[in-house]
Design a protein around this ligand. Sequence first.
Ligand SMILES: NC(=O)c1ccc[n+]([C@@H]2O[C@H](COP(=O)([O-])OP(=O)(O)OC[C@H]3O[C@@H](n4cnc5c(N)ncnc54)[C@H](O)[C@@H]3O)[C@@H](O)[C@H]2O)c1
Length: 312
Amino acid sequence: MRKVTIIGAGNVGATIAYTLAVEGVANEIVIIDIKTEKAEGEAIDIAQGGLFFREDVKITSGDYADAADSDIVVITSGMARKPGMTRLDLAQTNINILCSIAPQITKYAPDAVYVIVSNPVDVMTYVFHKVTNIPENRIIGSGNTLDTARLRYWLSNNFQISQQNVHAYVFGEHGDSSFVPWSQASICTTNVDEYQEYLNPGNPIDHAAVEEYVRKSGGEIIKRKGATFYAVACAAVDICKIIFSGIETALAVSTMMHGEYGVDDVCLSVLSIVDENGIKGKIPAKLTKEEEEKLQHSAKCLRNVIDQITYQ
Ligand SMILES: NC(=O)c1ccc[n+]([C@@H]2O[C@H](COP(=O)([O-])OP(=O)(O)OC[C@H]3O[C@@H](n4cnc5c(N)ncnc54)[C@H](O)[C@@H]3O)[C@@H](O)[C@H]2O)c1
């Protein structure tokens, strides 16, 4: 069985459930929400598309006990960011929700890999480490997987080249202090800045503008349609796909730091290898001094939030 429980049947949770089912990533899906009718409605709506799925998928809504034997639990519960609200404004409300959920879900699914998507995702991932006994490798924050997809989308459009040929990541907080380690960004084997100079001499990529594009994308979409959920659902489903396939894959996910790049006791995104057990380890990217300082600044921003919230 490939069983996934999704907590939170809102835009993000329901889209993850739908995508998992349509793509045949999971063959059993349980949706849990404090609004039980909403969870039930989403489960029935998706299940009734079953005729058109690649394989049979059992989709139900339920309670925490129904999460027993889950391989993966995806946490999307909480409030979504409203227009004008920063991700960090959300912190305490969503932390309180996470703390109420954590003991219930870990009681029934103690062996699952946990994928945290709710915002502010780095702080939520950190708190989940602190309030549960789930081993560290089995806690993954979706972190900057979405931001990385947005960056690659921009770069592939800029160079008119397949996203498969773009190797670039967004590091740090999933939020205002995120940044791109441009020294590590390449088109196949060529650094993106050199590639740009080759294609468009004397017209360098405006790094700050691209990072701004990545950071503001969520807000721009929220301004237009009130929420973002398709791309983040694809990113969360990709993590599930990697876990089920066991094919070790590098992702910019949010993980607990232990002194790497001079950053300790905070969760943020750097390159990690994900495998069937969750986080296998981190890839020691050769950042420049300036990039390391940016990561340390991002860690400070997150530490500042962690120091202001309460959790138990
Ligand atoms: N990490 C990312 O890249 C990323 C991107 C987009 C959205 N998000 C985050 O994902 C989260 C969900 O967004 P959304 O648009 O689906 O929001 P939403 O409001 O549509 O759905 C949230 C759901 O959580 C449920 N919920 C609240 N408290 C609960 C509890 N105690 N137990 C179970 N369920 C509970 C609500 O009833 C609601 O159905 C938000 O925190 C949002 O900021 C993260």
